[in-house]
Design a protein around this ligand. Sequence first.
Ligand SMILES: [Zn+2]
Ligand SMILES: [Zn+2]
Length: 293
Amino acid sequence: MSTSMRLFIGGARGSSVVADPACRIYGGDTTALLLEHPDGGRILIDAGSGLRLVERRLAACPGAGDPAMLMTHYHLDHLLGFPSFSPIYRPGTQLRILGPAGVKSSPASIFGALMSRPFWPLELGELRADLQFEGLNPLANEEPLRINGFVIRWFPLAHPGGCLAYRISLTPDSPAVVIATDYEWDRAPPQAQAAFVTFCRTPAPPALLLMDGHYRQAELAQYRGWGHSSSEQVAAVARAVGAAQFLVTHHAPLADDVVLAARERELQAESPRGAWARQGTVYAVTSAAAGGA
Ligand SMILES: [Zn+2]
Ligand SMILES: [Zn+2]
């Protein structure tokens, strides 16, 4: 039996859903991830349209208890799967939802606004599940969170409106995954870049880094301030943090399978431990090398 955690990619498309047969391999659903503890605990990360696949996988592995959900931020591509997530309509579901809280907003107020008329026919208070919202202070993370058997730390990323990276492991010093979607590397000052590298490497380099590589390096000048990095930057950051393996995520909506496969081949010529995240794929998070499974 596996003793490592596993990362399931429910969706890795950036910005908007792409329902196109030309995007079957890497997938067209937006960000939704599932971390699976070998003992059965589950953590969902983000609630993009890929939540549909995450829900299917949760249904196939019953008896693991209620998962908790971590939000990186609240841009619509990371939220739009939530209203259709059927566990929230079931009495008996208990779901903890944690995400960054600001001065004027909290996860409760943001989900309350999403689940309200005229955007959706039911209000948050009319749902039959027991939802508990907890705001995280993006800047203060002295003590790691411990949820469903996972040890979780976070770090504020450069992105319009902010975004949190999460570093998650089974014990404080076991192989970790770092989730850093929606990150504009160039917009982070040098001290913040150095602090991110330290965050990833403490106490040891991560087994797996999943990072926003929406653009190509040549496009960055054109999209300064849009909130995303290039796949070349993902490879460089993966080297800097010493990640055993890395996955590029937040795929550009116009990049189909042919385009992404070509970019992946090009990247792997230089960085054989890198790949583009594929929707529907499970990755084992082990220190040796996180392999697709
Ligand atoms: Zn996004
Ligand atoms: Zn975003």
